[in-house]
Write a protein that binds this ligand. Structure first.
Ligand SMILES: NC(=O)c1ccc[n+]([C@@H]2O[C@H](COP(=O)([O-])OP(=O)(O)OC[C@H]3O[C@@H](n4cnc5c(N)ncnc54)[C@H](O)[C@@H]3O)[C@@H](O)[C@H]2O)c1
Length: 506
């Protein structure tokens, strides 16, 4: 390695002092390193330094850092007037506009001016690091360093090796990331890197809504209460902005040459075209009043109960979980091998819809509903109908399932309910990222938990549900839809067959 990235006098430069640049400057200065800032817009770098000074003073007022440390950190920030001033830096981080031409101009200048051992890193979120580097002579010193907004709060940084990047460059950036108080993870120069690639899993929510299975607020409720996510997919789209996430989703779909797992949906584009971007425009999937989303109330639990219930034994785990629950709720559960003619029939399929499960098991569809037993049943329960389900029986089924006050979400026929298909899609995409060597399995999970705030990384989530179960859900969905979107990743298939953790590397 041409220089020691741990040296106390490491010099860092930042080009572009907008939303991201100022955050990068702040964490660098807080990490004890000298940092030079250049922005092409008159006064922008000074405004960024003033902003950082205020942020650090506030931290000091709250007692999170000492007043001396805040002052010292601000003192390490130097505003410079041009690229020439960055030539003695060990690392220069670029955070200018997301435009390949603008970035390539910046890199060509830096490459010509900076010392030959200076690392040049880009904070691009969606462009190819390798493509940016093609305008440079010394391509081996160029890498990606992808931070998340707001930088001081988001601990993750993705360290991206382009095709030309020399190994020592990524190694040094891993050290820099740690010195900035981040959690660095290493990944390849693939579309969306780790986080924006794995985040595509949430797009399954759009298909669920597009098929009329459930409303956005119902999907969000299930994903929060059953899936354990802090935010549902529609809430999240509204927060990040539909202008941003529609464009990002479409870009990744195209960059992966129309990979069906990432297929965008017409409903998403309609919101985008309408300018209904979410919170910032007052309407997206939700309508906002004084910044608060208007969320329709849930229908009350009916007082009706079924006279008799028969639970299909076709899926032994689901049968067991539901029998225990419904007996506890006071149901008259018939345990015969076939349903009595007057009983409500409940199926507990994995990856199949209610219609297919009822027909394949020879049940009367009018008397059949499905319950998702793949996840804990204590926070919310999902009840699925088929087109012929008798409305009175549905009311009774809902009354029974919600008899202890736990909310019940009623959905239309859907292979994999809501949570099963959402989680299976997330796990499958994470597995395929591992298979394509985007990053090491543990790093995929770290990146997704820190970058997306998911309760578990995709591989750990798959382990919790069980790789075989995820595979079963995907196989059934693939069979139902005849859509390669749900084809299981080889990574998942092999580990399920071997009965080992999805985190096992090879
Ligand atoms: N905003 C986010 O949430 C986010 C998250 C991760 C990565 N990124 C990426 O970070 C980069 C910067 O995004 P941002 O949101 O901070 O943008 P921004 O518009 O807030 O800031 C960009 C800054 O770069 C300056 N600039 C533009 N051209 C320049 C040049 N040739 N030389 C010097 N300065 C120049 C501008 O004056 C501006 O201050 C983009 O590549 C973006 O994709 C953004």
């Amino acid at each position: 390695m041409p220089f020691d990235p741990n040296k106390p006098d490491l010099k860092v430069g930042v080009v572009g002092s907008g939303v991201m640049g100022r955050g990068i400057v702040q964490v660098t200065a807080e990490g004890g390193m000298a940092v030079k800032v250049f922005d092409a817009r008159e006064g922008a770098a000074q405004a960024a330094k003033d902003f950082i000074g205020q942020m650090l003073s506030r931290q000091a007022e709250k007692g999170r850092i000492s007043a001396e440390d805040a002052k010292a950190a601000t003192g390490r920030i130097e505003i410079v007037g041009g690229y020439e001033d960055l030539k003695d830096c060990d690392v220069v981080i670029e955070a200018v506009f997301e435009d390949i031409k603008v970035k390539q101009e910046v890199f060509a200048k830096l490459d010509a001016i900076c010392g030959e051992n200076t690392i040049l890193a880009t904070n691009t979120s969606s462009l190819s690091v390798t493509e940016i580097s093609t305008v440079c002579e010394k391509k081996g010193r160029i890498a990606g360093l992808h931070y998340f907004n707001p930088v001081p709060l988001m601990k993750l940084v993705e360290v991206i090796d382009g095709i030309f990047t020399e190994k020592w460059v990524g190694d040094a950036l891993m050290v820099l990331g740690e010195r900035q108080g981040r959690v660095p993870v290493r990944c390849g120069d693939t579309p969306g890197f780790i986080v924006n690639h794995c985040g595509r899993g949430f797009s399954e929510s759009l298909r669920i809504h597009a098929e009329g299975i459930a409303a956005p607020e119902d999907i969000d409720r299930v994903m929060r209460d059953v899936g354990g996510f802090r935010m549902g997919p529609f809430q999240l789209m509204d927060l990040t902005g539909i202008d941003i996430n529609f464009a990002a989703g479409k870009a990744i779909y195209d960059q992966y040459f129309q990979e069906p797992r990432f297929r965008p949906f017409v409903l998403h584009k309609q919101r985008f075209d309408a300018g209904l971007f979410g919170r910032k425009t007052g309407q997206g999937w939700y309508r906002y009043e004084e910044g608060k989303p208007h969320e329709p109330e849930e229908a009350p639990i009916p007082s009706e109960r079924p006279g008799k219930v028969w639970i299909s034994p076709a899926e032994p785990d689901g049968h067991l979980a539901l029998t225990e629950l419904l007996k506890g709720l006071g149901a008259n559960v018939d345990t015969g091998p076939t349903p009595p003619t007057d009983a409500l029939c409940i199926v507990t399929p994995y990856g199949l819809d209610c219609t297919t499960a009822a027909v394949e098991q020879g049940l009367d569809p009018k008397r059949t509903v499905a319950v998702d037993t793949c996840f804990a049943l204590d926070a919310r329960r999902t009840l699925m109908t088929n087109p012929l389900t008798n409305p009175d029986l549905l009311k009774a089924a809902r009354g029974l399932l919600g008899a202890d006050g736990v909310p019940v979400t009623v959905i239309k026929d859907s292979p994999g309910f809501i949570a099963q298909r959402m989680i299976a899609h997330i796990v499958n995409i994470g597995c395929d990222a591992a298979q394509q060597r985007v990053a090491k399995p543990n790093d995929i999970d770290t990146a997704v938990t820190l970058g997306l705030n998911y309760p578990y990384g995709p591989l750990t989530y798959g382990d919790r549900v069980g790789a075989e179960r995820i595979l079963q859900i995907l196989h059934n969905m693939e069979r139902f839809y005849a859509d390669p979107r749900y084809r299981p990743s080889p990574w998942l298939t092999r580990r399920a067959k071997l009965g080992v953790s999805l985190l096992i590397d090879d």
